[in-house]
Design a binder for this molecule. Structure first.
Ligand code: ISL
Length: 545
C-alpha cells in the first residue's frame, strides 16, 4: 500500500474566530494562528485544517463566502496568510483549507447578478423556482426564499444568506476548480470540502419529509450526479497536481455518507461520515435530543471501517457540543473521560482530527441568557419559539446541543479573557467560566493533564504503522459500557479497552490474551490479566498483546 503523507497524520482543526486574537478586536486572527504554531508542533500535530478565512459577511461565521480569492479583513491580509503557510511548512506541518462549494454568500457578486434578472448570464449559477417545495433548511423552517426582484424562490439548504450553487451547471464547476488551483498555487496542501455530500441535488418534487435526519440521508445527500462531480473535481484538480509531483489531500464533509454509498466518494482521499454525530438527534433533529445508544455508536465505526477505504476519525468539531461534555463526564471524571476519547480518536483506523480545545478537555459553557448564543442556527430556533414552554424546552436543548459550545475562545491561560484577547477587550463569544482551572498554560505544567496525555497518544499514532493502518476489529460489541477492540498488522497487535461509563466494570475478553506490555493508560495503575480486566470509571488502556 502506498504510504501517503496524510495517512499517519493528525490534523488539528482551527476555528480562527475563537483561536487567538492579536489585534484586539475580540475575534481571532491569522497572526494568532502563527503565534501558536509552536504549540501545535509541540502537540505533535502534522496538519492544520483551517476553517474558512475568506471574505465573508460572516452570517455563518465564514461559511458564507463573498469572495473566494480574498482574505476576510478581520482575520488579516493575503500577505499574513502567505506568511502563515510558510511558517506552517517551516515546521514540517501541512495545511488544508475549508472550502465551501455548496453555496456562496448572498453578497457574492455571482448571486447579486443572478438575482438581478431571469436572463442574467449568472441566473443559472443558483437554483430558482416559481414555487417552493416542502424542503426544510438546516437552520430555518423552509429552504426557499422569495426574491422580490424576479418573484422567484432560491434554494438555501442553510441560512437565507447562503444560496445553494447549481453544480449541474458546468460553468459553476469550472469556477470552483479554478478557485482550488488558486489556493494550491499559494501552497496549501489540500481542502476540507464543506457539504461535499450535498452538491448534487435531487429533483425538487415535493417528497415526504418524515424525519429531518432521514431527510439528510435520502434527499439532501448522495444526489444523482454526485459521483460524477466528485470524479471530475479529482481529475481537474488532484490529478493535475499529481502530474507535478504533489499529493493533494481532499477530505469531504459527508453528512449522509452511509453503508452502500461510499463508492460515490471513493476517488477523494477521505470522507467524514457523521452517523455517530447524529445518533442523539431525534426525529426533530438536533434540538430533539435522545439518549445516546453506545452499542450503535460502536457499530457505526465498525460498519464505516468496512465501508471506507480510508476513514477520517473525528469525535467533535465546530458544529457540535464539546467532546467531553457530550460523550464523557465533564464534572467528576472530566480528565479521565477526556483522555479516554483522546485515546479512541488516535487508535481507530484512519486520519485523526483533533478539534481545538479538546486537547485540554474544554467543556460546554453554562449560558445565562439567550444573548450568549451567536450561532445563526440557535438564533433562528429562538425566533421560532412562541410560548414560554417552547422557550424552556429550547433552553434545555441548547444547554447540551448548541453549536456555540465549540466556539468559545480557547483558554490559553488564567489571565483575563483566558489569554485569548487582551484584558479590556470583549471577546465575540464569552469565555467559559472554568478557564482558570482549564487552560493550556496550566496543562503544560501538569504531567497528568489531558494535554500531556494527548501529546503521548498523538506521538504514538503518528509513529506507529499498526495504529495507523492496521486492521480494526471490535469484540463483544453488544457490551453497553466497554469498547474493546484490536489493531493488528503482521508486526504488532494492540488491544484497546475503554470503559465508557462512570461505573467500575469487570470485563472478560472473548478469548484469553497474552499481555506483552501496557503502553498507555489514563490511570497510573491497571488491573489487567489475560482473562479479565477490572476497570475504574472511564479507564482507558492500550496494551500490546
Ligand atoms: O450542524 C449540523 C446541523 O445542525 C450539521 O448537519 C452541519 O450543518 C452540516 O454538517 C454542514 O456543516 C457545514 O456547513 C454549514 C456550516 O454552518 C457548518 O459550520 C459547516 O461545518 C453551512 O456551510
Amino acid at each position: 500500500m502506498d504510504f501517503r503523507w496524510w495517512k499517519n497524520g493528525v490534523f488539528y482543526q482551527v476555528y480562527p474566530m475563537s483561536f487567538k486574537d492579536t489585534d484586539n478586536d475580540g475575534v481571532g486572527d491569522l497572526n494568532g494562528i502563527i503565534e501558536k504554531l509552536d504549540y501545535l508542533k509541540a502537540l505533535g500535530i502534522t496538519g492544520v485544517w483551517l476553517c474558512p478565512i475568506y471574505a465573508s459577511p460572516l452570517a455563518d461565521n465564514g461559511y458564507d463566502i463573498s469572495d473566494y480569492r480574498a482574505i476576510q479583513p478581520r482575520f488579516g491580509t493575503m500577505e499574513i496568510f502567505e506568511t502563515m503557510i510558510k511558517e506552517i511548512h517551516k515546521r514540517d506541518m501541512y495545511v488544508i483549507m475549508d472550502l465551501v462549494l455548496n453555496h456562496t454568500s448572498d453578497e457574492h457578486p455571482w448571486f447579486i447578478e443572478s438575482k438581478s434578472s431571469k436572463d442574467n448570464p449568472k441566473r443559472d449559477y443558483y437554483h430558482w423556482r416559481d414555487e417552493p417545495n416542502n424542503w426544510k433548511s438546516f437552520f430555518e423552517p423552509t429552504a426557499w426564499e422569495l426574491d422580490p426582484t424576479t418573484n422567484q424562490y432560491y434554494l438555501h439548504l442553510f441560512h437565507t444568506k447562503q444560496p445553494d450553487l447549481k453544480w449541474e451547471n458546468p460553468e459553476v464547476r469550472r469556477e470552483m476548480y479554478e478557485i482550488m488551483h488558486y489556493w494550491l498555487e499559494k501552497g496549501v496542501d489540500g481542502f476540507r470540502v464543506d457539504c461535499m455530500s450535498m452538491i448534487s441535488k435531487q429533483d425538487f418534487k415535493t417528497q415526504p419529509l418524515p424525519n429531518f435526519n432521514d431527510t439528510i440521508d435520502t434527499i439532501y445527500s448522495n444526489g444523482p450526479r454526485l459521483k460524477e462531480f466528485i470524479n471530475e473535481m479529482v481529475e481537474n484538480v488532484v490529478d493535475k497536481w499529481k502530474e507535478k509531483g504533489r499529493d493533494v489531500y481532499i477530505v469531504g464533509e459527508g453528512p449522509g455518507v452511509k453503508v452502500g454509498k461510499f463508492h460515490i466518494y471513493e476517488k477523494v482521499s477521505s470522507m467524514f461520515h457523521f452517523r455517530h454525530m447524529f445518533l442523539d438527534h431525534g426525529p426533530g433533529g438536533r434540538y430533539d435530543r435522545q439518549p445516546l445508544d453506545f452499542v450503535k455508536f460502536k457499530q457505526i465505526f465498525v460498519d464505516m471501517d468496512k465501508e471506507m477505504t480510508w476513514p477520517s476519525i473525528f469525535l467533535s468539531n465546530h458544529d457540535f457540543p464539546r467532546l467531553v461534555s457530550r460523550f464523557g463526564d465533564d464534572k467528576k471524571y472530566r480528565v479521565q473521560s477526556a483522555k479516554l476519547f483522546g485515546l479512541l480518536l488516535m487508535t481507530m483506523r484512519g486520519t485523526s482530527f483533533v478539534y481545538q480545545g479538546d486537547e485540554i478537555g474544554m467543556t460546554n459553557f453554562e449560558f445565562k441568557t439567550f444573548d450568549d448564543f451567536k450561532d445563526p442556527k440557535a438564533v433562528r430556533a429562538l425566533q421560532e419559539t412562541k410560548t414560554g414552554e417552547e422557550k424552556d424546552n429550547l433552553k434545555s436543548q441548547l444547554t447540551t446541543q448548541a453549536r456555540d459550545h465549540a466556539r468559545t475562545p480557547i483558554q490559553w491561560n488564567s489571565q483575563p479573557n483566558a489569554g485569548f484577547c487582551k484584558a479590556g477587550v470583549t471577546p465575540w463569544m464569552k469565555v467559559v467560566e472554568n478557564y482558570k482551572e482549564i487552560n493550556v498554560e496550566k496543562s503544560e505544567k501538569d504531567p497528568g493533564s489531558v494535554l500531556n496525555f494527548y501529546k503521548r497518544v498523538i506521538n504514538l499514532k503518528t509513529k506507529n504503522r499498526t495504529l495507523t493502518e492496521g486492521e480494526f476489529e471490535v469484540e463483544n460489541i453488544e457490551n453497553k459500557k466497554i469498547f474493546s477492540y484490536f489493531r493488528s498488522s503482521n508486526e504488532q497487535k494492540f488491544w484497546i479497552i475503554l470503559n465508557v461509563s462512570s461505573d467500575e466494570v469487570v470485563y472478560k475478553p472473548a478469548t484469553s490474551l497474552s499481555i506483552k506490555k501496557i503502553i498507555i493508560s489514563n490511570y497510573s495503575e491497571n488491573e489487567v490479566t489475560s482473562t479479565e480486566v477490572k476497570l475504574k470509571p472511564w479507564e482507558a488502556i492500550l496494551i500490546e498483546i
